[in-house]
Design a protein around this ligand. Structure first.
Ligand code: F6R
Length: 604
């Protein structure tokens, strides 16, 4: 999804903007651009496609003195990914970059067009710069013009604007889309839509809140809140660890992140387990008081982890649980009762639909909890309570380690609640905790396993589709396996509960229909096995993933024998992730940045 950077200072502005955009590349984009104001003159460059195209265009552009600059990677919403539609957008003497959507852009555009303004792009963003310049003519001070413009915009935005009428200033506004400003001892100021571009440049950062707007010069940050009250920035130390942002010798970030899952889960568990109980110090004691039901809400991969949670919460904690896709929930006028704990799950903490459901739940007076990977993200700041998954920066667009850490948190939370609700005896709680401690070893990728999957992958590059099937928690894992494959191989894949096949989908079975069957030993093995036999009898090509050899399968990936189905779950998760990865590699696709996808979906 779109990314924003900004800089005020004396260093090489062009390089700072381009390297900042590079850090945001993983979020997905289809064009990019920068604008730099130096010695009273603007230079702006834009390019469609990858950042190398912009780098090529700017190779003779020199920024060697004080300058202000803004940059953007665009993921097309209004208008095709063309150079004209790429940001920054120019008025007469100002440039703007914007993340989000201006909902009333059509009315504003119509008014401006009637007044003689010519628009060059099809974007909603361009109205911001023209509206600003219109207001500038009326007010004569850039800040008043900017303030008025912000108040005329409806929708979600993070905006940076630079103008010749205030050469040493960047104007900013934030509502619904993330943005932060960073400082250092050298009086430079950096902006970005997430903290990675600032690591290594800034010591401290201020995360803007919804409604914040103002301007920044090299020696001041002037800020107002949504009630137009002056506001001091609230700085926090920025981490200096960039190691996680590198590939560490792996071919792709996704591969590195699959391999990392063992240490990630060890971090997720760290300090949260004793032999007798699960401890979440971050949860207020009162969070579950008066709660009779849990509602989980999320999108994509996070939604799949939520489904797995619904099985665990009902099985172990005996709490009635339901799961919702956020984009559906927000418009279906749901009934929300105050004895429901509303839980949102999000890797980024910024997904627009999920964030909106959190706001709805808060407005309805429900207690709220977010399971999230990004501290200080919008959801973490908004919810009554949060649990961080501690997966580290996830750069691969296809989520892997975030999912693993979410399911780990849900398993822990279900046992935490089981203790609280007295629904499992102490022996069973201690056993569950002992099992959780084994997750890191069950998700270690062995050379043998990876080699086997690499070899097998060549047989799955064609066909007319894949069914991933499983029962119980292996059903959301089947959904997740199918999503992973779709995302990076562009092959058609669906996840189904194994028992559903004969209610329709089995009509598709033939040798060119590949069934990836999740057959754990410790959960409904016989039932799942018969479902796979039904597919095999209709000549579907079967790839069985199981610790138990299965003679009806065409291909067989042997997993280890574990004591419990949850450990089987984690190992099978590895298998489906690696299978998707290797199929995608063989097809020559861009594993880390698959077509049409964005990492953090901050528009609905
Ligand atoms: C799939 C994937 C997406 C995200 C979804 C929600 O690999 O990454 O389906 O899971 O866009 O994102 P978050 O978890 O950031 O809310």
């Amino acid at each position: 999804m779109c990314g924003i950077v900004g800089y005020i200072g004396e260093k090489n502005t062009k390089d700072i903007l381009l390297s900042g955009l590079k850090e945001l590349e993983y979020r997905g984009y289809d064009s990019a651009g920068i604008a730099v104001l130096q010695d009273g003159d603007f230079q702006s460059y834009k390019a469609v496609g990858k950042l190398v195209n912009l780098e090529e265009k700017t190779k003779d552009f020199i920024t060697d003195k004080f300058a202000v600059g803004i940059g953007h990677t665009r993921w097309a919403t209004h208008g095709k990914p063309t150079e004209l539609n790429a940001h920054p957008h120019l008025g007469e003497s100002s440039y703007v970059v914007h993340n989000g959507i201006i909902e009333n852009y059509a009315e504003l555009k119509q008014e401006l067009t009637n007044e003689g303004v010519t628009f060059l792009s099809q974007t909603d963003t361009e109205v911001i710069v023209h509206q600003f310049e219109k207001n500038l003519k009326l007010t004569n001070t850039a800040f008043e013009a900017f303030k008025q413009t912000i108040h005329e915009l409806h929708g979600a935005y993070a905006i940076l604007l630079v103008t010749k009428s205030e050469e040493k200033t960047i104007f900013f506004a934030k509502n619904g889309s993330p943005m932060l400003v960073g400082i250092n001892a050298e009086d430079e100021k950096y902006f970005a839509s997430s903290d990675t571009p600032l690591i290594g440049h800034c010591s401290d950062v201020n995360y803007f809140e919804d409604g914040d707007y103002g301007y920044v010069t090299n020696d001041a940050i002037i800020m107002y809140d949504k009630e137009n009250r002056a506001k001091e920035p609230s700085f926090k130390k920025l981490s200096t660890n960039k190691l996680s942002a590198q590939k560490d010798g792996y071919r792709f970030f996704m591969e590195k992140e699959i391999y990392e899952q063992s240490s990630v889960i060890a971090d997720t568990l760290l300090g949260r387990l004793t032999d007798k109980e699960v401890v979440f110090d971050e949860l207020p004691a009162s969070l579950f008081e008066g709660i009779n039901e849990i509602k989980l809400c999320a999108c994509g991969t996070s939604y799949h982890s939520a489904i797995s949670a619904s099985y665990m919460f009902e099985r172990y904690s005996k709490v009635k649980t339901s799961v919702e896709v956020a984009s559906e929930f927000r418009y279906r006028e749901p009934i929300m009762s105050k004895d429901t704990l509303f839980v949102v799950i999000s890797q980024s903490g910024e997904t627009a639909d999920t964030l909106e459901t959190l706001k709805m739940a808060k407005r309805a007076g429900l207690k709220t909890l977010v399971i999230c990977n990004v501290d200080n993200s919008s959801m973490v700041r908004l919810a009554d309570a949060f649990i961080l998954t501690r997966a580290g920066v996830e750069k691969g667009v296809a989520s892997t380690k975030a999912f693993a850490s979410q399911v780990t948190i849900f398993w822990m939370l279900s046992i935490y609640l089981a203790k609280r609700n007295d629904t499992l005896n102490q022996d069973e709680i201690s056993r569950q905790i002992r099992l959780m401690r084994e997750i890191p070893s069950s998700v270690k990728v062995s050379d043998d396993m990876h080699e086997k999957i690499k070899r097998l992958s060549k047989r799955y590059l064609h066909g007319h589709g894949f069914f991933f099937i499983g029962r119980d928690v292996f059903f959301p894992l089947a959904l997740e396996g199918a999503l992973k494959l779709k995302e990076i191989s562009y092959l058609h894949a669906e996840g189904y509960p194994s028992g559903e096949m004969k209610h329709g989908p089995i009509a598709l079975a033939d040798p060119e229909l590949f069934t990836i069957a999740l057959l754990p030993q410790h959960l409904l093995y016989e039932k799942s096995r018969s479902n796979v036999e039904e597919l095999s009898a209709r000549d579907s090509t079967i790839c069985a993933i199981s610790p138990i050899e299965f003679d009806k399968a065409d291909d067989y990936i042997k997993t280890k024998t574990h004591e419990d189905y949850m450990l089987e779950f984690f190992e099978m998760m590895l298998v489906v992730q690696l299978l998707s990865l290797e199929i995608s590699v063989r097809l020559g696709n861009d594993v880390d940045m698959p077509r049409n996808l964005a990492k953090s979906v901050t528009v609905e």
